[in-house]
Design a protein around this ligand. Structure first.
Ligand SMILES: [Zn+2]
Length: 334
């Protein structure tokens, strides 16, 4: 008890503060999302995500080398194809935009781990995460994603990514049974060694706003609340996660991160044995950028604090648009 116990003693010397720090952020915690588009020689800046751009495949080699040189171990790819249809069939073409990007990055920076997002919202003309059916369900008069009809298409896309050289696939569509379908499909195609990182607890979040511009994936009608989770639910995330673990997920993910630190903590406590990623999403990034541009916050300090808090909550890995800047800041501090 006070005055014998004084916690300020441990904060008095900067070296001692370093020595008793519980959470350490490092560039090898980061996975950097990249937006790849069809075409050549084109870099289209994303206005709501300063520093980020849609890039054509030919521009990826230099980008990949820079990312690797910063000590960031991994990228996750999102494709913007030149043709879209009702099923998103351009997502499983041998020479599709993501397939080409995988090969380019692997050649340019062999040390990078290439993860692919596996979903359909960027590839369907309606912008939803799977094929649609006209069973109105609880929403009379509205189309909805056909869960079971989407599963075989997810397998086609994932196997196509694996054939192109993806090291890991990350299904994000929140379809029931997707992990089991993908594990079986990958195994049958000879890709037993390819791990699956499941977007296990993905919420129907307004924090995805800037991403929709970046990936050109805004639904043409309706929203994603029949497949993504209600932001009000926490216990349900544990059911989602438990199912994905049972179906064979190798890594788990919570998305978004900052407003869902409690979910990250609960998932880590429920499954401490499984690596957990958290997605520090576009809206979280854009808010920091906008406030920093106005001089209202210190971008460097607030970004590192946010990333540290995500790790402290229980994430082992962080998908973040701040990866390159944070890697540079951390190198300066080391
Ligand atoms: Zn999607």
């Amino acid at each position: 008890m006070f005055p014998q116990t004084r916690l300020r003693r441990l904060r008095n010397h900067p070296r001692l503060r370093d020595m008793v720090r519980e959470t350490h952020l490092a560039p090898d915690d980061f996975i950097l999302p990249l937006f790849v588009r069809a075409g050549k020689g084109t870099r289209i800046p994303i206005s709501s995500m300063p520093g980020h751009a849609q890039m054509t495949v030919d521009l990826l080699a230099a980008e990949a080398r820079e990312i690797a040189s910063l000590g960031i171990p991994s990228v996750i790819l999102f494709g913007i194809p030149d043709t879209k249809d009702a099923t998103g069939s351009s997502s499983w073409q041998k020479d599709g935009v993501v397939q080409q990007a995988i090969q380019t990055i692997r050649e340019a920076a062999p040390e990078l781990l290439v993860i692919t997002d596996v979903c359909f919202c960027e590839f369907t003309d309606h912008g939803h995460c799977g094929v649609l059916h006209d069973h109105p369900g609880a929403n009379p008069g509205s189309l909805d994603v056909d869960n079971d009809a989407t599963l075989p298409n997810l397998v086609k896309q994932a196997v196509s990514h694996a054939r192109a050289g993806a090291h890991m696939i990350a299904p994000s569509g929140m379809m029931d049974g997707m992990i089991q379908a993908l594990r079986t499909g990958l195994d049958e195609a000879g890709f037993v060694h390819i791990p699956i990182m499941s977007y296990a607890a993905k919420y129907a979040s307004a924090f995805y706003g800037p991403f929709r511009e970046a990936a050109e994936s805004t639904p043409q009608f309706g929203d994603r609340r029949t497949y993504q989770m209600d932001p009000a639910n926490g216990a349900e995330a544990l059911r989602e996660v438990a199912l994905d673990v049972a179906e064979g997920a190798d890594l788990l993910m919570v998305k978004p991160a900052l407003s869902y630190l409690d979910i990250i903590r609960r998932v880590k406590q429920a499954h401490p044995e499984i690596p957990l990623a958290a997605y520090n999403v576009s809206g979280e990034f854009a808010m920091v950028k906008a406030a920093a541009a106005n001089g209202w916050v210190d971008e460097r300090r607030i970004s590192l604090e946010i990333l540290t808090s995500i790790k402290r909550a229980g994430a082992d890995l962080i998908l973040t648009y701040h990866a390159k800047e944070a890697a540079r800041w951390l190198a300066e501090e080391a």
